[in-house]
Write a protein that binds this ligand. Structure first.
Ligand SMILES: [Mn+2]
Length: 363
């Protein structure tokens, strides 16, 4: 199939009008294309890297490499990497080369979600997060805040270029969009639906089922139990306090469960991991600005946060992991969060009463 490069004329100069043409044209002078996504890669980041690498290899014949910043946490995400055979180079092992294009997906520079050397020049940022990063000097930018998933943008590039998509790539892109949209609350656009419809017939449904139902470790259940026993309700907000978490993404898994509680509009989980208070937030209210609210709350406590309208994540560094230090940070965070959500300072009441917990232990 011939590539249909649609061009229009601006001041007598031909300009590429399709995003995928612009993205690919800018890679002409590079020998190697390296992809990065945010720390603790999720399916949207992994699927986006997988899809773009395939696009670059197929249309330009260039070498690509995919990287991993931090550990892959969720069992489902590790199953995605294993079953789709996604080859990831740990970011700390990457030796940056001349004529290497760096492409960042599903996140933006200087948002506290990357650990690689901030001086490495970035060729492209392709993302859908509401939290703004620093995009100064980046030649190619495709930021669409109204979209449910970065994988939907990548799928649209592939549709524009009419390339064949192997089933492992289609499965990765499909799962990336699916996890971003099927979680609650859903934030989708028509392009997300188009991408899902395009990818579904090409995806391997057996692999999808195995990824979705990946076996979970005991730590997951211990964390859920602790969260249930330490969830407090303040008006329409529920906060789950978790002690040491085995891995940081457990906070997101906790809030996904808690936001379903019928009596609240907001759920936040705060759990300790690697010297930080890890935060994850959900809201069921439209135009909640969850990412922005969490960002403002934690910035005064030396932390970083961001996200979408109704889903957000972040962290606050802990001065020490002594019980008193953690309690102080928890209490500052709670006070500022209540204020930001315009909830009057109050003593929270437990989701599960102490009496209930004791009774369960004795029977
Ligand atoms: Mn995403």
């Amino acid at each position: 199939m011939t590539r249909n490069t649609s061009a229009s004329s601006l001041n007598g100069r031909a300009t590429l009008t399709r995003r995928s043409d612009q993205f690919l044209a800018g890679l002409a002078d590079f020998n190697l294309v390296t992809f990065v996504t945010h720390v603790h890669p999720d399916p949207d980041g992994l699927g986006s890297m997988l899809g773009l690498a395939h696009l670059v290899e197929t249309t330009l014949g260039k070498t690509t490499r995919l990287t991993r910043d931090g550990e892959i946490c969720r069992a489902e995400n590790q199953a995605m990497v294993d079953l789709l055979e996604i080859d990831l180079e740990p970011i700390e092992n990457v030796r940056w080369q001349d004529r290497e294009a760096l492409v960042m997906v599903d996140s933006q520079p200087k948002t506290g979600r990357h650990t690689f050397d901030a001086r490495v020049p970035i060729y492209a940022v392709i993302d859908h997060h509401q939290t703004p990063g620093d995009l100064t000097g980046i030649p190619y930018q495709d930021i669409r805040r109204g979209l449910g998933a970065t994988c939907s943008m990548v799928a649209s590039y592939m549709m524009e270029q009419h390339i064949e998509i192997p089933d492992r790539v289609a499965t990765g892109l499909y799962y990336g969009i699916d996890t971003e949209l099927n979680g609650f609350p859903r934030e989708a656009s028509p392009l997300d639906d188009t991408a899902l419809q395009f990818l579904y017939p090409l995806a391997n449904k057996d692999l999808l089922a195995r990824i979705r139902n990946a076996p979970r470790p005991q730590a997951f259940y211990e964390c859920i139990l602790q969260a249930l026993q330490s969830s407090f309700i303040y008006d329409r907000l529920l906060i789950s306090w978790v002690h040491e978490m085995d891995q940081p993404e457990l906070a997101a898994q906790v809030v996904d469960l808690m936001i379903r509680f019928e009596e609240v509009d907001w759920a936040v989980c705060a759990g300790v991991h690697a010297g930080r208070l890890i935060l994850s937030a959900r809201s069921i209210l439209p135009r909640s600005q969850a990412g922005e609210i969490l960002r403002q709350v934690v910035s005064k406590l030396g932390g970083r946060a961001g996200g979408h309208d109704r889903r957000a994540g972040g962290f606050i560094p802990l001065p020490s992991t002594s019980a008193t230090a953690i309690e102080q940070v928890q209490s500052d965070f709670r006070r500022r969060l209540l204020k930001a959500l315009e909830i009057e300072e109050c003593r929270g009441h437990r989701l599960v009463s102490r009496r209930e917990m004791l009774h369960n232990l004795q029977t």
